[in-house]
Design a protein around this ligand. Structure first.
Ligand SMILES: Nc1nc2c(ncn2[C@@H]2O[C@H](COP(=O)(O)OP(=O)(O)O)[C@@H](O)[C@H]2O)c(=O)[nH]1
Ligand SMILES: *[C@@H]1O[C@H](CO)[C@@H](O)[C@H](O)[C@H]1NC(C)=O
Ligand SMILES: CC(=O)N[C@H]1CO[C@H](CO)[C@@H](O)[C@@H]1O
Ligand SMILES: [Mg+2]
Length: 365
């Protein structure tokens, strides 16, 4: 009799426990989900990037996303193949989304004179002083233009407020134990970077003049001499020229609405008219840096010093020992680029210190 009853009761109890706990589990998951910000990781890549990309995804998941399960958007100018989608979706703990880039966003504009473009590519290839990377690549040029002025309008990214750009092959060297998107929102940061450096001057001979002219044509020139914005980070007052500093955009985290703002897009569209992405080889990094440094007010741009990050050949490694212990960093501070000659990060810190003092002063007055 006793065995009979337990035979009936036991499965019922099991069922009940299962039900009660699954409920709790779902609740917790939902609660966790509700706390997520409206953000996504974002990677532009090709099918051929698959294995480098998987390494990077596994690393970003282990260092950050396994705790949060943020979505990850992958964009390509050609369709992703099925094996790519299967392996990538499986590696991402959030939802992986795959998008195609339209020809309108990824092609050489009609206004580009092909003969002139090819002549300039030839010149760059035959430069006796050496050839800069991607000197004759059209796809690289399309990529730089897309990342400068179109990615933020791609239909999949329109669904988000914040993005974190990741490239195949990059590596995080420290844990990020907190929700970095929430950190941006709570601190009203619109753009976060890690590494910054000097651009190859030969890729942008006419960029700065075009930028000045664009601001002038848009009646926005005051932005350049503003003492509230980050214009000092890019503008060399001594010779009234661009100092070549730029945020390295293979790591960037920021507010998509800034990139969708009127100010950003007016300036981008004006600059784009010069076709310097094609006649020269304007990178998305200097373009972004020029625009963001002039339209954003202190303290909306931040260098994220506590993030260990590497994109060959450069590394940012947190110098502070306690940070490296707490976040299980795997990088060597002797290889940190911050204070090297090619880096602009120490300079950025100086500018920020000035802006901070100035702000304190104006708050007192
Ligand atoms: N879909 C696609 N992605 C590209 C193409 N060229 C570059 N990318 C991506 O754009 C980013 C920058 O390219 P990368 O080769 O790393 O340039 P580098 O870091 O400046 O040397 C990476 O995420 C690449 O995967 C292309 O032709 N098609
Ligand atoms: C997320 O951001 C996008 C773009 O700003 C917006 O259209 C969308 O409604 C937001 N979604 C949520 C859930 O807030
Ligand atoms: C976007 C923004 O805040 N731009 C400011 C940059 O500085 C100028 C001059 O101080 C301001 O007028 C802009 O509003
Ligand atoms: Mg790269």
């Amino acid at each position: 009799m006793l065995t009979n009853i337990s035979n009936i009761l036991f499965p019922i109890i099991l069922l009940w426990i299962n039900f009660a706990f699954s409920h709790k589990f779902i609740d917790e998951q939902q609660q966790h989900h509700n706390q997520l910000t409206n953000s996504t990781l974002y990677t532009l890549c090709r099918n051929s990037d698959l294995y480098e990309l998987l390494d990077t995804i596994v690393n970003y998941e282990a260092r950050f996303n396994h705790k949060f399960h943020y979505d990850w958007v992958f964009l390509n100018d050609l369709p992703f193949d099925e094996e790519f989608k299967l392996l990538v979706s499986n590696a991402v703990s959030g939802t992986a989304k795959f998008g195609l880039i339209s020809e309108e966003m990824w092609s050489i504009p009609q206004t580009v004179d092909f003969k002139l473009m090819h002549e300039n590519m030839e010149k760059a290839l035959n430069d006796p002083e050496g050839v800069y990377p991607y000197a004759d690549s059209k796809s690289y040029r399309n990529m730089c233009r897309f990342e400068s002025g179109f990615f933020q309008w791609h239909e999949i990214l329109l669904d988000y407020d914040y993005f974190w750009r990741v490239e195949p092959g990059v590596k995080l060297h420290c844990d990020i134990n907190y929700d970095i998107f929430k950190y941006l929102i709570d601190n009203e940061i619109d753009y976060g970077f890690t590494i910054s450096m000097l651009e190859y001057p030969k890729t942008i001979p006419s960029l700065f003049q075009s930028f000045i002219q664009s601001l002038d044509d848009l009646k926005m020139s005051t932005l350049l001499t503003s003492t509230e914005n980050y214009s000092k980070f890019i503008f060399n007052m001594d010779n009234s020229d661009y100092n070549l500093c730029h945020f390295w955009t293979n790591f960037e985290i920021g507010n998509l609405n800034t990139f969708r703002s009127d100010e950003y897009n007016l300036i981008f569209k004006e600059l784009d008219k010069y076709n310097g992405f094609y006649y020269e080889r304007w990178g998305d990094a200097p373009i972004r840096t020029l625009i963001l440094s002039t339209i954003l007010k202190y303290p909306k741009i931040q260098r994220l010093k506590n993030i260990g990050y590497e994109h060959a050949q450069y590394l940012q490694c947190p110098l502070d020992l306690e940070t490296r212990v707490q976040n299980r960093c795997s990088c060597d501070i002797d290889l940190d680029i911050t204070y090297e000659y090619v880096s602009c990060s120490w300079f950025f810190d100086e500018i920020v210190e000035e802006l901070k003092q100035q702000n304190k002063l104006s708050n007192l007055l």
